[in-house]
Ligand binder design. Structure first.
Ligand SMILES: C[S@@+](CC[C@H](N)C(=O)[O-])C[C@H]1O[C@@H](n2cnc3c(N)ncnc32)[C@H](O)[C@@H]1O
Length: 314
């Protein structure tokens, strides 16, 4: 990368380059203080838009990171941003000029990504992601992206500085495609892992959990709870987000569970969008981390927290 570009990319912090359902931007203030200040290896097996990963990277909190997701299209995009950012910026430029053009959107949507290069595929994904309805990622049975046009007035399709900042922090990061369990098994003593799965739905219509063709149902949540406990047993610091409901509280019974308030924008029923409670499972009851707030400098300072601490039901 030319030196002038390198200097420019440092002026902006890395943050999600994709809109992603369930993004954790608004909960960063609750999650960041609950993670160790210095992390040797950071694992995030449900990376999605990567809000927490990018925040930790910007604060230089980890030495090494391993991120993953079951969605191959998403993993492909992270790898492209890491390995080929300048080619991606060049490829995306001409598409960005059509950000408000519905006809162009549907033409792009109809293209078959399997016949494209990795850079072309990622440019298409970024274009569709920024111009489709709510930034949703949804595919039909044949794996074809099927979200309608979003009708935004002036969406930012191409932000070269942001892409370069993301690429910079992704250097050396292991980006793996697959189920969370394989990645969770790698987290050992002194490592830190954050799980942000598709949430347990609060009702049949209340939550968006269809990130890809595979549902994330009861058996997946039970498997996840076992993987979470196994990480703790191996001595890792483990944090997990989920919806605040009986099923979650049952699964994490005996562990330290905190309640946080979030506003959720992606809901099938528009009138039900709004404030909901979520939980953060922060480890064993007796070893709940002290509440700390991390300032802009990345240093921890003692604070009184607005969080309600609560024991898991039972
Ligand atoms: C709630 S989102 C993560 C949001 C993310 N923390 C953010 O800030 O944008 C859940 C992610 O889990 C992924 N996923 C679903 N099932 C999975 C599985 N079995 N293993 C790994 N990832 C999975 C989805 O593709 C989706 O990207």
């Amino acid at each position: 990368m030319p030196r002038a570009q390198q200097i420019r990319s440092r002026s902006i912090s890395a943050s999600p380059f994709l809109k992603w359902a369930g993004g954790k931007n608004q909960l960063l203030k609750d999650i960041l203080p609950r993670l160790p200040e210095k992390i040797s290896v950071y694992y995030e097996p449900f990376i999605g838009g990567g809000a927490l990963f990018f925040a930790l990277a910007s604060q230089r909190r980890f030495k090494k990171a391993v991120i993953g997701d079951r969605n191959p299209v998403l993993v492909d995009a992270y790898q492209t941003v890491r390995d080929d950012v300048e080619a991606l910026i060049e490829q995306l430029g001409p598409h960005a000029a059509h950000a408000t053009d519905a006809e162009y959107f549907y033409w792009m949507r109809a293209l078959d990504p399997s016949s494209m290069s990795r850079v072309e595929r990622t440019a298409r994904l970024l274009f569709l992601n920024k111009t489709c309805f709510n930034g949703l990622f949804r595919v039909n049975r044949r794996g074809q992206f099927n979200v309608p046009f979003g009708r935004y007035k002036n969406p930012t399709v191409l932000n070269p500085d942001l892409l370069r900042a993301c690429s910079e922090v992704l250097q050396g990061v292991d980006i793996v495609e697959g189920d969370f369990e394989a990645l969770a098994e790698r987290a050992g003593p002194n490592d830190t892992i954050y799980f942000d799965p598709p949430y347990v739905p609060l009702s049949a219509t209340s939550s968006f959990t269809a990130y890809d063709r595979h549902p994330f149902g009861r058996s997946e949540h039970a498997r996840l709870a076992r993987a979470y406990r196994a990480c703790l047993a191996r001595g890792a610091t483990a944090l997990l987000s989920n919806s605040d409901c009986e099923e979650t509280r049952k699964l994490y019974r005996g562990l330290w569970v905190e309640t946080v308030a979030a506003t959720r924008a992606i809901n099938v029923v528009a009138s039900k969008r709004g404030q909901v409670n979520e939980v953060l499972v922060v480890g064993r009851r007796q070893s709940a981390p002290a509440l700390r707030q991390v300032g802009a400098s990345g240093h921890a300072v003692t604070s009184s927290s607005s969080l309600r601490r609560s024991r898991a039901a039972g």
